[in-house]
Write a protein that binds this ligand. Structure first.
Ligand code: FAD
Ligand code: SIN
Length: 601
């Protein structure tokens, strides 16, 4: 790989926290370049958002779809990002994508082949050409992660990489401000690991919301660790909601269709809309064209918001709409869905829906955090010794709304760049990333946080953390902001479930100044008891996650209060005009396109 070799006699240790695409790939590159690498993950290696990725990885390769170019990928990313992206970072990511696709292949990842010998390329919303590489049809994340995990285990067996699973990072070690290790919980013990630098690759925070596509590990840990160490964060008001998450138990319209459905979140990939599926409301009416000329292939923020607004218009703000995938088989022949989307075909069947014959009930769910720990183009945070890559980081490539399938790519490109920087024999000084705001807390609007050093506190009563609220089991009926009553009320004590319902009801798809103020007040009241700016003195990892979620929620809501305009995924119903100023251009540039699959067409 392209990572610079280590200078003999200077074997430095990189501690990598997290085993999603960013952590696995970075650990492999660093280990193969001769660094002393220790990889920590709080669960099993496969427990990550990465594992669940379906659609794929966007990249313009040497032989793209005719007419597609890196410049088009850059333009699509900037456009979807609502003019809020860091252009330099986008340019770099799209240009270097092919390097890291090759890097993945070297570690054993095999992408689905197309008819011409190259990889098959799928189309997803707001991409102007098919450029999504996928594996196992709709099992891209699992296939990619499995290959990288195999490579990691091989290196562990060969002694070139050390691995700790079930190792839950709880704090960063710092000397004179420089991060030089992590503290973690493992088997009920608190342990410390030293290193020359730490790379946070801890993923996102979907667990902030009652409905999410994310697995349980997505609890904002890395963000909280970084904030407590003094790192700057950015763009936290931008949280993306995926438009089509299966609504458990909703059944399909018509008599006798109610079913007991699987309660696991099931994302129905955007690639399904890319193949031609359409959205209809409970009356069977296709509605997306009335909201955006791109219809079902408009950017993700637009589709999620349109669903929420449409449901509100129909007087059913907490309801759901339907994805009609039947039209795909009508156009492409029987058996197509099972061949192109084998996992989704099985998972929808498990949920009691035969999507070749029935509509799939769907609604938006929290999916991806564009904001995160501010980094520069080398993955450096504002704290010396601390790198961040993947969803936990904010490089600026995702802007105010991420373009589909750009997340796995970001984790690869900036994970590698962080490793290259770490390995570089002539590492320049640890300057603050360009445009870095002041430290977190003040950057997020003067939060009432107590920012402690990374060291755990002494004894403290954490009993309030364990408090549970009545009626915490949120159904999938709470579109953000559309029915504030979904949250139990101002006097409810803190619990993770109450936090998630609060965030969905008051800081979700549709926001307003009033809802955000109510959210901020409740979060502040909880924070006075829970003290999320400090490290929990507990050996129970869940208590650490609870504090991290509360801290992240406060930061998100403060940032959302501060931005009093609508931009990308941050929609304020009290200021609905889009502030990007690029919508017109978007409308004319992206007419509804024919649905393409180079794989099967
Ligand atoms: P993750 O893959 O989330 O990995 C984070 C790791 O950190 C995990 O191993 C976790 O256990 C570990 N960790 C967290 N906290 C700690 C701690 N305190 N101590 C130790 N370890 C910790 N993106 C695309 O580009 N294309 C897609 O098709 C796509 N589909 C998606 C489908 C679904 C259902 C979901 C949920 C997301 C999808 N995304 C997709 C988004 C993408 O999967 C994620 O943004 C990306 O995988 C994040 O990778 P990561 O390495 O940053 O983090
Ligand atoms: C999907 O497959 O719809 C998810 C793709 C993504 O999150 O980029």
């Amino acid at each position: 790989m392209s990572a610079a070799p280590i200078v003999p006699g200077t074997r430095r240790r990189l501690v990598v926290v997290g085993s999603g695409i960013a952590g696995l790939y970075a650990a492999l590159l660093a280990a193969d370049a001769g660094a002393d690498v220790v990889l920590l993950s709080k669960g099993q290696l496969c427990e990550s958002n990465t594992w669940y990725a379906q659609g794929g990885i966007s990249a313009v390769l040497d032989e793209p779809t005719p007419g597609d170019t890196v410049a088009a990928h850059i333009a699509d990313t900037l456009q979807a990002g609502a003019g809020h992206c860091n252009e330099e970072a986008v340019r770099l990511m799209c240009t270097e994508a092919r390097r890291d696709i090759a890097g993945l292949e070297r570690f054993g990842v095999v992408f689905d082949p197309g008819t011409d010998g190259g990889p098959a390329l799928g189309l997803e919303a707001a991409h102007s050409a098919p450029r999504i590489l996928h594996a196992g049809g709709d099992a891209t994340g699992a296939k990619v992660a499995a290959a990288l995990i195999r490579a990691v285990l091989a290196r562990q067996a060969g002694g070139s990489l050390a691995l700790h699973t079930g190792a839950h990072a709880t704090a960063l070690r710092q000397t004179d401000g420089h991060v030089n290790g992590v503290q973690f919980l493992q088997d009920g013990r608190t342990l410390t690991l030293r290193g020359d630098a730490v790379l946070l690759a801890t993923g996102g925070a979907g667990q902030l919301f009652a409905q999410t596509t994310n697995p349980v590990v997505a609890t904002a840990d890395g963000l909280a660790l970084a904030v407590r160490s003094g790192a700057a964060v950015s763009d936290l008001e931008f949280f993306q909601f995926h438009p089509t998450c299966l609504v458990p138990g909703a059944g399909t319209p018509g008599p006798g269709t109610a079913r007991g459905l699987d309660q696991d979140p099931l994302l129905i990939s955007e690639a399904v809309r890319g193949e031609g599926a359409v959205l209809v409301d409970g009356n069977g009416k296709r509605f997306m064209r009335a909201y955006h000329p791109g219809a079902e292939l408009a950017p993700r923020d637009v589709v999620s918001r349109s669903i929420a607004l449409h449901l509100a218009k129909l007087g059913d703000p907490n309801g759901h709409v339907y994805l009609d995938a039947r039209v795909i088989e009508q156009a492409k022949g029987p058996g197509f869905l099972a061949m192109r989307f084998p996992t989704l075909t099985q998972r929808t069947l498990d949920a009691g829906i035969d999507w070749t014959r029935e509509l799939v009930p769907v609604a938006p769910a929290a999916h991806y955090w564009m904001g995160g720990v501010l980094t520069d183009l080398h993955g450096r945070t504002t704290v010396p010794g601390l790198y961040a890559a993947g969803e936990v980081a904010c490089t600026g490539v995702q802007g105010a709304n991420r373009l589909a399938s750009n997340s796995l790519l970001e984790g690869l490109v900036f994970g590698r760049r962080a490793v290259e920087h770490f390995l570089s024999p002539d590492v320049p000084g640890w300057g603050a990333p360009a445009g870095a705001p002041p430290l977190a807390g003040s950057a997020a609007g003067g939060l009432p946080l107590t920012l402690a050093s990374g060291a755990p506190e002494g004894a403290e009563d954490g009993s309030a953390l364990g408090a549970t609220s009545a009626g915490a089991g949120a159904g999938f009926d709470a579109l953000g902001g559309s029915r504030p009553s979904n949250f139990g009320g101002g006097s409810e004590p803190f619990s993770r479930e109450a936090l998630r319902r609060l965030m969905t009801a008051k800081a979700g798809v549709l926001r307003s100044g009033e809802l955000l103020r109510e959210a901020g007040d409740t979060l502040g009241r909880w924070a006075a008891v829970v003290r999320p700016g400090t490290v929990a003195p507990a050996a129970d990892a869940r208590l650490h996650e609870d504090r991290n979620l509360l801290l992240a929620a406060q930061l998100l809501v403060a940032a959302a209060q501060e931005r009093q305009e609508s931009l990308g995924a941050h929609y304020r119903s009290d200021c609905p005009e889009d502030a990007s100023g690029i919508r017109e251009e978007f409308d004319t540039t992206y007419p509804n396109r024919p649905k393409v699959s180079v794989l099967h067409d």
